[in-house]
Design a protein around this ligand. Sequence first.
Ligand SMILES: Nc1ncnc2c1ncn2[C@@H]1O[C@H](COP(=O)(O)OP(=O)(O)OP(=O)(O)O)[C@@H](O)[C@H]1O
Ligand SMILES: [Mg+2]
Length: 602
Amino acid sequence: MGRIIVLDQNMINMIAAGEVIERPASVVKELMENSIDAGAAKITVSIEDGGRKLISVADNGCGMDAEDLAYAFESHATSKIRTSSDLRTISTLGFRGEALASIASVAQVKAVSRVKDSTAANCIEIDCGNKGTVSPCSADYGTTVQIRDLFYKLPARRKFLKTANTEMDHITEHFIRIALANDDLDMTLIHNGRELYRLPSKEGLRRRIAELFSSEIAENLIETEGSEKKLHISALLGRPDISKTSNKFQYIFLNGRFIRDKFISHAIKEAYRGVLEADRFPVVFLFIQIPCEDYDVNVHPTKIEVRFYNANLVHSQILGCLREKLLAVNLDVDAKLPKAAASASLSQRQKISEAMADFFKRHRPIQAQQQLGFHKISADSNRTYQTPSEALRAPAIERTEKDATSDMDYTLDAHKFLQIHDSFIVAQVDDGFVIIDQHALHERIMYEDLCRRIQRGKLESQKLLIPESFELSPAQADAIEANSELIEKLGIELVPFGPKTAAIQAFPTLLAKAAPLDFVQDLMDLLVDKAAMLDGERLLEEVLSLAACKAAIKAGQRLSDNEIEHLLADKETIERASRCPHGRPTTIKFSLSEMEKQFKRT
Ligand SMILES: Nc1ncnc2c1ncn2[C@@H]1O[C@H](COP(=O)(O)OP(=O)(O)OP(=O)(O)O)[C@@H](O)[C@H]1O
Ligand SMILES: [Mg+2]
């Protein structure tokens, strides 16, 4: 009896602060969000000692009069919602009326504010929940909130703060998120008197990204936009060659609010499938606008998660918009030539020049090369070359569908090419040259061809003269049975051949270059490992990608001019030619202008 008491308001606020105010960065986020909600055009954030000593956020927003200033630090005090129906249409970043009260319960706070049409400012001080009175003072219009000695009465919380640099990293991350979502704002971040970021308004998002991250990232972003069914998407999509090892560089904004959302992250991953290796994460800046009543932001104390009422629609529209763009653009990798060619040593420069000069010396029209017997297949060679018709089932792509999907933004010169190390093809394009990985490109060509053909029905197959038999494990036998339809579609005929044994009787014509037994073994491994986890479409993609890899010409395989011509012609007609089905690049481009720069011609 008598053990239960109702906590006083200050205690309630301190507990609430535990939810919202985890560290200095949370304070910075809440104060900056208030400035944005107040319509500020300029925000200056000054930090001392990683936020432990001081956090100050100054804005030129609408400001508060004396009465509002006194209320602002009360819990559940907000100007942003009034009735329960407002909760369904929240268009401001804040609405809980808790941030300032929570912050003021765990630190020393001073706030100064002046509304635009008033000549006088007011200020208030609160020390860990003990509120002083509002008094007049002089200040410019807008609001400045200063937080000193965060958690000073909570040694346990203070102890958990990390070094100033680590806390500053967290603060910077929040600053970056807000800066990306509000590129029309003038924003500054200062630490211990040193300006870390000074971001003028109206310089554009790309410029801002260059300042916040790097010009390499800013220069390698593809812009896209889409609007459908009340959902507007605008995005800057990182090219695959600036991908990262984590999803830290995926910035998703919903109506100006940074959010994390597993559906959207999944849509992004799916959009890049086949464009990027499976273990890499793209750099993405994604801005979504949807009506406020189509999602609920009141599901997480820091509002970093929201609940979409129609998450499937959001997922499919984002996936569609991003994927369409990624398929349409040329994703060839731009060669990274040494930046400091000017300061390179003489011998380095000589080496580059020699390599380039050598390339151009040998880079003659194809007729001349043929007269010289240039990389022609010689009968007396002890290599086992494939004939053109074998290696490249020419033409792999049916020309009737030509041109519809090419993503190349340059023209290949059909006659100026050269195979090097029996693995790469160097070819001239209108504004430079490209180096193509012959296996990767042919793999993509085979893959696209296989996809197209299998959409129309079963792949054409041919009977093997002598059926190839092999042993089956029980798991493999099960996988064959469970996927019999898929195996049949591929044009593979498997028949039982005694206990625990099966035989391959027919094999797809298109995969003539793959050894049937080898391919079927790999196919069974894939089915055993993945069939249960993947849906039908994904499984088919994996299977076709395996088939393409097995059937494609290999590195180390010498090609005839005719074969190379076919490869180059196919490159111009297929989708996603700049990436192999696993997402690795097929082509690296060297631009003429970059070469001229390197050779000091400009
Ligand atoms: N920089 C500012 N300029 C003008 N008014 C402000 C500013 N900061 C706070 N306010 C006022 O003080 C109120 C309380 O702010 P507080 O951050 O505690 O709550 P909120 O923003 O309404 O909701 P939330 O707790 O979700 O942030 C706001 O609703 C707003 O009216
Ligand atoms: Mg707020």
